[in-house]
Design a protein around this ligand. Structure first.
Ligand code: RUQ
Ligand code: CUA
Length: 673
């Protein structure tokens, strides 16, 4: 389909036709327009063996609940960091030390739908300390430590449904935010869905981030009309102190939103003056309401624990004048993006035929002049003409998200016409466009939503893969595409498949992170109560039907590796400490008949797996990570006897003394039942 055809469609077609048209456009195999001369493009993404990529890119895994770490420009997958989802690769969410990370008020929830990674920022620039990401289905925000590439904290967001406009942090990481895509009764209660308008609330949550530790705590929640709050970005520079949230379904439909939420010509961007919220909270204008939520934190000892929250402070805009203003924005806006200067607020109306750009300074003036078009639920609605700086005309179809290159240009993803459109922040004119394969959702420029973008590449995160790779049955990998944006015109460099569905992504220069990596956990500082820091302190202890095994691993054996006296139905806790103090020497642990996972234990770390043997026999265990020339020798046996058997616990490490041996009683008192 040619571009003119697309535009003719655009002018004449109904929404439904547009949608259908997009599917056709996505499948019709346009040629790789302006693919750099092949050899040239290949060179630009080629990272020679042993050389490093220039950028770390963090791509959300969408419905697989994790974060994929890729190198750019190569597109090589460096790591798959489990966040909300259990991982059989390393025992995340299966080991006793990490299970609490998945606690929620709904119980143990070892899955979520993770959409928007956000790198922590200082003065509006990614600083490489932490990565935050939202859990959409069970509202949560997670924080990853980027010296470990591990999840360290997960905070549940109460009074919320579909935590989509999250975490979108403020320019010094003062706050991460959480806005519900689905309004819900808050607090939850049994009401008729027909009472939606009266009984449901939108809730915008601000969680404070401790600047030293990164620890999150819910500071306040803002009770909003029952719209759908879709995306967010914080102000920066002059607009620091404000956060912007798109809303759709300002019609407040509660069924068939496809039609019912597309009635109005304009919905809103909600401008939240969070500095004003801070003042109102300090003046006692927020109400403390009961709310139960989990706050899961990895301790210094490597063990995750849950604190339970019991209330939050809820602010109503009516009690805090100056807190919220609505900026009318066409039409069911999806992304809202603030340019590096902090002056322009770009609405991406997914059903709109133009891209509206609001001006922050005009917004302030409109507020001062009371240039209101009216009120909605008591919240002032600013006049569109009073805040708008300009409109990008004929940008394409289905604008979703905008990023910036720091050189005065904006790049908007066009879902329906399946392209990236580059336009100027000076005159809002389209400068360039390139097709994407196919149906782009988010796009990402390293630092592209910050004050200082590293505007060398844009990465398209596409929703449809179709014919881009060798087919793999009905389920295809999602597709990312890398474009060079260093010149005047965008140039497609490469395609690479991703794990899960990347929604948003973030990237920063590798130099910020690569020398900060922890290489091993210091064994001397291991504070796990069940750690065995040397082979002499390995042992087995029975208390009723619970057996604790303190075991060590080092190239290339387990200590002990011959265990007896376990009975069917026992809960056997394998506490395994990796004694290595060398980089890149993890050992694994797997036992025949275990029903959960293996463990991957990093040097200096202790991890615990629980096994409840269900049958009598002798079961092998082994190291799952090829660690040395004698890795295949790294194995052992566990004997499982019938329940009530007289076989006493017995193990082959230096701490073992046979029952009756006087050393046993005086040394540890262990070794007997
Ligand atoms: S979304 S394709 Cu979950 Cu961020 Cu826009
Ligand atoms: Cu240890 Cu293989």
């Amino acid at each position: 389909m040619s571009r003119t055809t697309v535009f003719r469609l655009h002018r004449t077609a109904t929404l439904a036709l547009l949608m259908a048209g997009a599917v056709v456009a996505a499948g019709c195999g346009r040629s790789n327009a302006r693919l750099g001369e092949t050899g040239d493009a290949a060179q630009r993404v080629y990272v020679a063996p042993g050389k490093y990529d220039e950028f770390y890119a963090f791509l959300s895994g969408g419905f697989d609940g994790q974060v994929g770490v890729y190198g750019l420009p190569s597109g090589r997958l460096l790591k798959h960091v489990p966040v909300f989802s259990q991982s059989t690769e390393n025992g995340w969410g299966y080991s006793e030390q990490t299970k609490a990370m998945m606690n929620t008020s709904y119980g143990f929830v070892p899955w979520d739908d993770a959409h928007h990674p956000q790198l922590s920022q200082t003065a509006g620039v990614p600083d490489g300390r932490w990565l935050f990401i939202n859990g959409n289905n069970t509202p949560r925000i997670a924080r990853l430590n980027l010296t470990l590439f591990e999840t360290e904290e997960i905070l549940e967001i109460p009074n919320s449904g579909g935590n989509h406009s999250s975490p979108f942090l403020t320019e010094n990481s003062e706050y991460v935010v959480a806005g519900g895509r689905f309004s819900v009764p808050a607090p939850q209660r049994d009401v008729s869905i027909d009472d939606y308008k009266e009984a449901f609330s939108g809730m915008l949550t601000f969680a404070k981030v401790d600047s030293a530790t990164g620890h999150m705590a819910i500071a306040f929640q803002i009770r909003m009309p029952a719209f759908d709050y879709d995306l967010s970005h914080a102000g920066k520079g002059p607009s620091h102190g404000w956060s912007f949230f798109t809303s759709y379904n300002t019609e407040e439909g509660n069924t068939k939103l496809e039609v019912n939420a597309s009635q109005k010509d304009k919905d809103y961007i909600a401008a939240i003056h969070w500095k004003q919220a801070e003042r109102c909270v300090a003046e006692g204008k927020a109400k403390t309401e009961p709310a139960r939520y989990a706050h899961n934190l990895m301790g210094e000892d490597g063990i995750a624990r849950t604190d339970w929250g019991s209330s939050t402070k809820v602010l109503s805009p009516a009690d805090c004048p100056g807190l919220v203003y609505f900026l009318p924005t066409p039409k069911s806006p999806h992304g809202v993006d603030v340019d590096p200067s902090g002056e322009f607020i770009v609405g991406n109306g997914k059903l709109a035929a133009l891209i509206p750009v609001h001006s922050f300074s005009k917004m302030l003036k409109a507020i001062a002049d009371k240039a209101f078009a009216g009120e909605d639920h008591g919240i002032p609605v600013l006049k569109y003409e009073a805040t708008i700086a300009g409109e990008v005309q004929n940008p394409g179809l289905g604008p979703l998200h905008t990023e910036f290159d720091g050189k005065g240009n904006a790049y908007t993803s066009m879902f329906l016409s399946s392209e990236i459109v580059k336009w100027s922040l000076k005159d809002f004119k389209v400068i360039d466009r390139v097709p994407t394969y196919y149906s782009i959702g988010h796009l990402m420029i390293p630092g592209g939503d910050s004050r200082k973008p590293w505007g060398k590449y844009v990465l398209a995160l596409n929703k449809i893969t179709k014919d881009r790779y060798l087919p793999t049955g009905p389920e295809l990998a999602q597709s990312a595409q890398l474009y060079d944006i260093s010149g005047d015109r965008m140039k497609l460099l490469s395609d690479f498949p991703t794990i899960g569905e990347p929604h948003y992504a973030q990237a920063l220069p590798a130099s910020i992170l690569k020398d900060r990596q922890l290489k091993m956990y210091p064994l001397a500082k291991n504070a796990d109560p069940y750690a065995a820091k040397n082979e002499k302190s390995t042992r087995m202890d029975r208390k009723g039907a619970v057996v604790h095994v303190r075991m060590t691993m080092v190239r290339s054996h387990f200590m002990p590796d011959k265990l007896e006296g376990i009975q069917v139905g026992d809960s056997v806790f394998f506490h395994i400490t990796n004694l290595e103090q060398d980089w890149d020497v993890p050992h694994g642990f797997a036992v025949l008949g275990a029903n959960n996972s293996e463990l991957l234990v990093m040097p200096g770390q202790t991890r615990t797996l629980v096994w409840i043997p269900s049958r009598v026999g002798v079961f092998p265990f082994y190291c799952t990570d090829f660690c040395s020339a004698l890795h295949q020798e790294m194995q052992g046996y566990i004997r499982v006897s019938p329940k009530g058997s007289p076989v006493a616990i017995k193990w082959n490490s230096p701490s073992y003394h046979a029952p009756g041996d006087s050393a046993a009683a005086t040394a540890t008192g262990h070794g007997t039942k």
